[in-house]
Design a binder for this molecule. Structure first.
Ligand SMILES: [Zn+2]
Length: 307
């Protein structure tokens, strides 16, 4: 049995997660799709709930927190609040601020909304590391300049440089990866492509020397020079990657009013998260809550930690 599916609409979400008990059932079904299994003895029987959201194995007495390994671990807030916050963060196209979250969910303290938001955001960091496949555009661009400056030269001291890798899907684009880079040298670009793209994949780049090692690194490297595209007016050699960088800059300015370099990678991860789930935003709510199957197994420390 697989973990439960996710609601497909706001109405369905509202009906399914109307109260804490409903959220709890969903949480349990997500963590133990078949049946509860004690991490210590494998027993399936639990006695009465020992404390709030804490189960005690009837066989060996080991206590298991229902929320261990999820973003809700140790929380004193209602589960409904977490579910609805995750829903809003996952489905609110450009992203949502702590203030918006506070207002939408009638959270009395701003600090609570801020904490929830940042915990949910942490789940956007690399929950999926399946490498890009098929055909990929790889490029890099500086943030902080005008859009037309994106490729206006590889030296831009003080401006953050972002590597972009994006799957080609017909005329559109597939999954995206973004990474803050130290510089545009091969020593920075090759590890980025290696960690983002499966070996053997067709990788389109421009003619920049920093990408010249891709062939030797096991990729089907297809560099395009500007010259080869001379006949196509205003056509970038890597249109999808360029569009992604352009959208990223707009998003950073519009939603977050610019971001300091210190926190930039977190926002890059959020942008990637939203891009890769733009067609199924509701599916993201499971990931944000930490209910995904890709979560690492619950650790002993997490299980034994008490509230
Ligand atoms: Zn047990």
């Amino acid at each position: 049995m697989a973990r439960p599916d996710f609601p497909r609409s706001l109405i369905e979400f509202q009906q399914r997660f109307a109260d804490d008990e409903a959220c709890r059932s969903y949480l349990i079904a997500s963590r133990w799709p078949d049946r509860f299994s004690c991490p210590a003895c494998g027993g399936a029987e639990v006695g009465a709930e020992h404390r709030r959201r804490l189960w005690q194995c009837s066989g060996c007495g080991r206590q298991t927190s229902l929320t261990a390994g999820t973003v809700m671990h140790k929380t004193r807030l209602p589960l409904t609040l977490w579910f609805w916050a995750a829903y809003l963060v996952a489905t609110h196209g450009p992203g949502i601020s702590a203030l918006q979250l506070q207002r939408q969910l009638a959270i009395s303290r701003y600090e609570t909304a801020w904490t929830i938001l940042h915990k949910l955001r942490r789940a956007m960091v690399a929950p999926e590391r399946e490498p890009l496949r098929g055909e990929v555009e790889a490029d890099e661009g500086y943030l902080g300049g005008r859009d037309s400056d994106l490729r206006g030269g590889r030296q831009r001291p003080g401006k953050p440089l972002v590597g972009v890798a994006l799957e080609v899907r017909g005329n559109g684009s597939g999954r995206l990866r973004l990474q803050l880079l130290a510089d545009a040298s091969g020593a920075s670009l090759l590890p980025f492509v290696r960690s983002s793209v499966a070996a053997g994949t067709i990788v389109h780049t421009d003619g920049w020397a920093g990408y010249s090692g891709l062939g030797a690194a096991g990729f089907d490297h297809r560099p395009k020079t500007q010259h080869a595209h001379w006949g196509l007016k205003h056509e970038w050699p890597l249109p999808r990657a360029h569009r992604a960088l352009s959208n990223l800059k707009t998003w950073l300015q519009g939603t977050h009013h610019g971001v300091s370099a210190k926190h930039l990678q977190v926002y890059l991860d959020e942008f990637v998260f939203r891009h890769n789930r733009r067609l199924t935003p509701l599916a993201g709510f499971q990931t944000l809550l930490g209910l995904g199957t890709s979560q690492p197994p619950t650790t002993y420390a997490q299980i034994t930690q008490h509230h």
